[in-house]
Design a protein around this ligand. Structure first.
Ligand code: ACO
Length: 329
């Protein structure tokens, strides 16, 4: 299995820290020093997550030099679909990938990593030959813009990667570990609205609908700086790979302080830690492929490079994978 293409898409509207401080009691210096974020993109009212995901996939298709009809699987990692029944089939329709099965996978900020590993299973067991994995989220539609403890962190975007079976005996996905802990889920969630309505005499129902992101930032921070190094360490050890042999550390872009803490733990120089959260904030399932695509496009990630990646977030959920980038044939 080989990683042969990438693509990304972000909305045009950019919201700086200074602009945000006109809406909520915060300031540029607090946000930069606590998170590393300077601005984020906000999806426009005429755009959808299907549009962003579709644009990212089209670019990945182009890089991989694939005909859309040759794609077997489209996995859309998102917690914020346009349609609660799933948005992946709409991405498939946009691409004209008429032979692909398409479905959504939800695991918040770990979603892209979980989807990547899921797609790889279909390729490795011989069920499918070509897959597109796209992470896309529009959290701007679900944050409470008056809650300064959370709203400053998030932005919107999409990133995609193209995977295909390969004849090489060296698999592009070298190894992975995935974890969940629902016991700790309460420190970061997007709960449903609780309103009991009468249906008929003696029977009530709840109308569907969700609240806004609820987050205990300090607990999530502690979770990330404890679990991410631990899962990465286990993964490196079980695959007999030393931190020095990594070309890149590609973490979910949640907070620069989390990225630095993980790098310090493995003594990985900061130049090897990919980061673009200053421009985009936390785009949830999109951060890893958005960052990967940027580094492929600007030539930092080259064919043969070894990348350690880790996603973490609501659920709680977290995971890590070791991947070797191949690029287009
Ligand atoms: N602007 C100005 N002041 C603020 C802001 C803000 N935006 N937010 C909080 N403050 C204030 C607080 O009120 C507090 O003031 P007080 O001491 O007078 O009460 C002070 O700043 C410190 O607040 P803390 O919450 O202790 O700040 P902390 O250093 O923990 O940083 C942060 C907060 C940035 C949220 C950090 O905890 C963090 O990054 N946590 C991880 C969050 C995360 O990554 N979530 C996404 C996970 S991925 C997913 O699945 C969606």
């Amino acid at each position: 299995m080989a990683f042969v293409g990438s693509g990304s898409a972000t909305p045009d509207q950019s919201l700086s820290n200074d602009q945000l401080s006109l809406r909520v009691d915060t300031n540029d210096s607090w946000i930069r020093s606590r998170t590393g974020i300077c601005s984020r993109r906000i999806i426009g009212s005429d755009e959808s997550i299907t549009d962003l995901a579709g644009r990212a996939c089209l670019k990945a298709l182009k890089m991989a030099n694939w005909d859309p009809e040759s794609v077997d699987l489209i996995l859309l990692a998102t917690s914020t679909p346009d349609d609660l029944f799933g948005s992946a089939p709409q991405v498939q329709a946009k691409l004209g990938a008429s032979n692909a099965v398409a479905f959504d996978l939800t695991a918040a900020c770990s979603g892209f990593l979980f989807a990547l590993v899921t797609a790889a299973q279909f390729l490795q067991n011989g069920s499918f030959k070509r897959a597109l994995v796209v992470g896309a989220d529009q959290l701007s539609r679900w944050v409470n813009w008056d809650d300064r403890r959370s709203c400053v962190l998030f932005g919107d975007g999409a990133g995609a990667i193209a995977l295909e079976v390969s004849s090489s005996k060296n698999d592009g996905l070298i190894g992975f570990h995935l974890k969940s802990d629902g016991q700790r889920g309460g420190c970061l969630n997007l709960p449903k609205i609780q309103d009991n309505l009468p249906l008929v005499d003696g029977i009530t129902y709840q109308q569907g609908g969700f609240s806004t992101i609820q987050m205990n930032g300090q607990e999530v921070y502690k979770f990330a700086v404890r679990e991410v190094p631990s899962i990465l360490e286990n993964l490196l050890e079980s695959n007999k790979i030393s931190p020095e042999s990594l070309d890149w550390l590609l973490l979910h872009q949640a907070n620069q302080r989390i990225l630095d803490a993980v790098a310090d733990r493995f003594a990985i120089p900061y130049e090897k830690v990919l980061s673009n959260l200053s421009n985009y904030g936390n785009t949830s399932a999109a951060t890893i492929p958005l960052m990967l695509d940027e580094a492929v496009q600007d030539g930092r990630i080259k064919p043969g490079h070894l990348i350690a990646t880790s996603g973490f977030g609501a659920g709680l959920s977290w995971g890590a994978a070791l991947m070797r980038w191949q690029g287009p044939a």
